[in-house]
Ligand binder design. Structure first.
Ligand code: MN
Ligand code: MN
Length: 455
C-alpha cells in the first residue's frame, strides 16, 4: 500500500491496537530519556520475553533468544534462525541517543546569587528552542571509589525542574536583531538551578548551598562531576497530540521511535529462517563514532560470538554472515510540514500518516556521504510490504541543495550487506517536542516484523 493514508486501513475501529501500541511506546520514551535508560528498558523487555544474556550461554540453537549489552549504551537482541548464520542475518538497527545538552565536566558556578550548571549541547539543536521550557536532569556520577550514583530529577510529580532563562520582550529590541542562529548561543545555555545562599559564607554562598544539598542527597563532591555523565532533557512525559489524539508529542522520537518499534518487532516475532536481530546504538547524532557508536567493532564482535556459539568459528564465516545480511537502518524521516513547504520537494517527501518511510539515500550536496540502497533490495521490500498490506512511502531529506544529513546505514553497508534507511516520519525533528503519528508508529512496527519474517 504505497503512499496511501494509513488511517484508511483502520476505519472500522480497529484502532485499539494502534492506541495500545502507542501507549506502550509513550511509556518507553517517557522513561527512556537517556541511552542508558533505553538500554535498561530494552533489557527488561527482552528478559520478559525469555531472552538470555549472551554471557550466560554456552551454546545456541535455532529458536534460542539472546541479548548483549555494551557499556550500558548498546543493546543487541537476537533470535537464532533455522539457517546457519553464514546465510546472513535480518537486522533492524536504530539509535537511542537524542539531541540534548550535557553537563560540562566543571559545570557548577555562581553568578549574582544564582547557581548555574554549564552545558555543552549534544547533536544538532536549534538553540532558541531549549530556553524557557522545564528541563530534567538524568545520568550517572561515578565516584573515585567506583560506585555509581544515578541522577533523575524533573519527571516525578513532586520533583523540581530546572531550565534556561531568556530576556524579557520589553528589553529585547537589540537581541531580536540577531539572526536565529545567534539569538541564543552555545555558551548561553546555562541551567539555573538554585538561589538560596548559605548563611555565613562570603564567597559563592549559593553555589556552596547547592554543594551542601548534593552532598546530603547524593554524597558527592564538586569534583565528582569530572567523572559524571549528566544529560539535560525536556521534563514531562510523551502525550497524545491533536484533538483527535492521532499523534504523539514527546522528546526523543529521533530515534527512540524506531528503536522501540524495532525491538518490539524482534521480540514479538517467533523464530524465522534467518537469525533476526535488533541492534540499538549510541552516538548517531554526533557521527556514530567511538566505542558505543555504530562504527565500533562491538556489533561485529557480538556476531562473531554468535557464530562461535552456534558453529565452529572462523573469520570467513563471520565475513559471510555480515555480507549476506539484510538491514533496515531504522531512523526517522523528516515529515512534510505544510507550514514550511519550500524546503521539501513534495512528491519525494515523507508524509505524517502514510506509514513507514524508506529512504533509498540520504546525504547532502549531491548524495554526499549517503548509502544508496540497491534497487534489487528495494524491489524485494516492495514485494514484502504489499504482501503484508503495510502502508509505506519513500522520501528524500528535503530539496536537493537545501541541506541534508546521514544515518548509520553506510556504516553497516561497509560490510557489503544490503542496507536501506526505513523509519517513522517526524515533525519538528530535534526539537524538545517532536511529533509522530500513532499510525506511522504502528505501521513501522508491522513493517519491521514483516521484514524479519520475509527477507
Ligand atoms: Mn536519527
Ligand atoms: Mn537526528
Amino acid at each position: 500500500m504505497y503512499q496511501e493514508y494509513a488511517w484508511k486501513k483502520y476505519v472500522d475501529q480497529k484502532d485499539e491496537q494502534i492506541n495500545a501500541f502507542a501507549d506502550s511506546y509513550k511509556e518507553f520514551i517517557s522513561k527512556g530519556k537517556t541511552e542508558r535508560l533505553c538500554v535498561s528498558l530494552g533489557v527488561e523487555l527482552c528478559k520478559k520475553a525469555g531472552f538470555k544474556d549472551i554471557k550466560d550461554c554456552k551454546q545456541l540453537n535455532p529458536g534460542d533468544k539472546v541479548y548483549a549489552v555494551n557499556r550500558h549504551k548498546n543493546l543487541a537482541a537476537f533470535v537464532i534462525g533455522d539457517e546457519p548464520l553464514t546465510e546472513g542475518l535480518a537486522i533492524l538497527g536504530a539509535h537511542i541517543d537524542s539531541p540534548r545538552m550535557d553537563l560540562k565536566q566543571n559545570p557548577l558556578y555562581e553568578n549574582e546569587t544564582f547557581s548555574y550548571l554549564d552545558t555543552h549541547y549534544y547533536g544538532g539543536i536549534i538553540k532558541y528552542q531549549w530556553v524557557t521550557i522545564p528541563l530534567a536532569l538524568y545520568g550517572v556520577i561515578v565516584k573515585k571509589d567506583g560506585t555509581t550514583v544515578s541522577i533523575s530529577i524533573g519527571d516525578q510529580p513532586n520533583d523540581p525542574v530546572v531550565g534556561i532563562t531568556d530576556l524579557l520582550i520589553h528589553l529585547s529590541g537589540e537581541k531580536l536583531q540577531k539572526t536565529a542562529a545567534k539569538v541564543i548561543e552555545g555558551e548561553g545555555l546555562d541551567l539555573l538551578i538554585g538561589s538560596i545562599p548559605l548563611t555565613d559564607e562570603e564567597k559563592d554562598p549559593t553555589k556552596k548551598a547547592i554543594l551542601k544539598l548534593l552532598k546530603e542527597k547524593y554524597d558527592i563532591e564538586e569534583e565528582d562531576f569530572v567523572s559524571a555523565e549528566i544529560e539535560v532533557v525536556p521534563a514531562g512525559p510523551a502525550r497524545d497530540f491533536g484533538l483527535d489524539r492521532s499523534m504523539i508529542a514527546g522528546y526523543g522520537h529521533d530515534d527512540r521511535v524506531c528503536a522501540y518499534t524495532s525491538l518490539r518487532a524482534l521480540v514479538d516475532t517467533p523464530k524465522c529462517k534467518k537469525t533476526t536481530c535488533a541492534v540499538l546504538v549510541d552516538k548517531e547524532e554526533v557521527g556514530s563514532i567511538g566505542a558505543t557508536g555504530a562504527s565500533s567493532m562491538w556489533f561485529e564482535n557480538v556476531v562473531a560470538e554468535l557464530i562461535s556459539l552456534t558453529d565452529d568459528y572462523n573469520d570467513l564465516k563471520l565475513r559471510k554472515a555480515l555480507t549476506n545480511s539484510f538491514m533496515l537502518s531504522s531512523d526517522v524521516s523528516a515529515g512534510f510540514d505544510p507550514l514550511y513547504p519550500s524546503v521539501m520537494e513534495r512528491k519525494n517527501s515523507a508524509f505524517i500518516g502514510k506509514g513507514i518511510c524508506f529512504n533509498k539515500y540520504t546525504g547532502s550536496r549531491g548524495k554526499s556521504g549517503c548509502n544508496d540502497a540497491q534497487p534489487e533490495f528495494i524491489a524485494k521490500l516492495r514485494r514484502i510490504m504489499d504482501q503484508e498490506e503495510i502502508c509505506y512511502q519513500t522520501s528524500e531529506l528535503g530539496r536537493v541543495d537545501q541541506g541534508g544529513g546521514g544515518t548509520i546505514a553506510y556504516i553497516l553497508a561497509n560490510y557489503n550487506m544490503n542496507v536501506i534507511d526505513a523509519g517513522v516520519p517526524v515533525l519538528s525533528m530535534h526539537s524538545p517536542m517532536e511529533i509522530v503519528s500513532k499510525v506511522d508508529v504502528y505501521e513501522a512496527y508491522l513493517a519491521y516484523k514483516a521484514f524479519l519474517k520475509n527477507i
